[in-house]
Design a protein around this ligand. Structure first.
Ligand SMILES: NC(=O)c1ccc[n+]([C@@H]2O[C@H](COP(=O)([O-])OP(=O)(O)OC[C@H]3O[C@@H](n4cnc5c(N)ncnc54)[C@H](O)[C@@H]3O)[C@@H](O)[C@H]2O)c1
Length: 265
């Protein structure tokens, strides 16, 4: 349910053209935020931005030049950035014994290296800007980890789970580094969310097991305590909270939003 708690806040969402990022763009815009949707799929980002009356930039977050250009787009438009949603990510389903160095690098480049350098480049600018209107904070950073960070992943997602554990670690170090500058850093840890990312994982996983397409998804979602798969909109509520003033006194946290799949860390 949308409200106007984010009126005027400026938000950059990486990986904002699909899945969780897109649902958050919709929700945050409905809550009154001004949103810049960044995605390597520039066409999809532009389409969603046009639909929402918001803005888009094509950016591949593994490229340093694209990170700067993406931030320039925010600063040129608004002169500042209140909220970073550091969300772009990929997955690969492959048996641990078959993972190659190239698989490892491709995944870590997006899920860890890019998350770090987006965080770093944003923080450099945020710590120099005036506080957010009506807040004691200069900026807020939200990073997308996963419940895979805590439990280890599924047996087919070893590099992915490692990348997400590292994102939680980075978010906490950043929280310590930037608290004196009044910039916060928190993580969200979604569960099993119905998005194109999970469709790809289901296809890879089901093929490895010799199951029909959709079977891996069915099995993985069957035991969710709250009784249904997670929707991107379920995640958007938590991101809206982390973007709002209601979470201004939180930093260094990693919050599970998973229908009860993981209870405790
Ligand atoms: N779907 C889930 O079950 C789930 C669970 C936990 C965490 N997550 C995490 O949530 C985030 C979003 O995933 P999703 O499920 O919405 O996936 P998705 O595939 O629907 O969306 C990811 C978006 O990121 C973009 N992207 C990928 N590589 C990029 C790059 N190098 N530069 C810029 N953009 C890039 C894609 O184009 C896409 O629009 C990811 O970090 C993912 O690991 C997803």
């Amino acid at each position: 349910m949308a409200n106007r708690t984010l009126t005027g806040r400026t938000v950059l969402i990486t990986g904002g053209a699909s899945g969780i990022g897109a649902a958050c763009a919709r929700r945050l815009a409905a809550d009154g935020a001004r949103v810049l949707i960044a995605d390597v799929d520039g066409g999809a980002a532009a389409k969603l931005a046009a639909e929402l009356g918001q803005h888009a930039v094509r950016a591949d977050v593994i490229r340093a030049g694209d990170i700067e250009a993406m931030l320039d787009a925010a600063w040129q438009r608004w002169g500042r950035l209140d909220v970073l949603f550091n969300n772009a990510g990929i997955i690969q389903g492959k048996p641990l014994l078959d993972v190659t160095p190239a698989d490892w690098d491709r995944l870590m480049d997006v899920n860890l290296k890019a998350v770090f350098f987006v965080l770093q480049a944003t923080a450099r600018r945020m710590i120099q800007q005036d506080p957010i209107a009506g807040s004691e904070l200069r900026g807020k950073m939200i990073h997308t980890a996963s419940i895979a960070a805590y439990r280890g992943g599924l047996p087919l997602t070893a590099p992915y789970a490692a990348s997400k554990a590292a994102v939680v670690s980075l978010a906490r170090t950043a929280a310590q580094a930037f608290a004196p500058h009044r910039v916060t850093s928190n993580c969200i840890c979604p569960g099993v969310v119905q998005t194109p990312l999970w469709e790809r994982l289901d296809a890879e996983w089901s093929a490895i097991e010799g199951w029909a397409t959709g079977e891996a998804w069915k099995r993985r979602t069957a035991g969710i305590p709250l009784g249904r798969p997670e929707r991107p909109e379920d995640v958007a509520g938590l991101v809206a909270f982390f973007a709002s003033a209601d979470s201004d006194y939180m930093t260094g946290q990693a919050i599970n939003i998973d229908g009860g799949l993981v209870m405790g860390n």
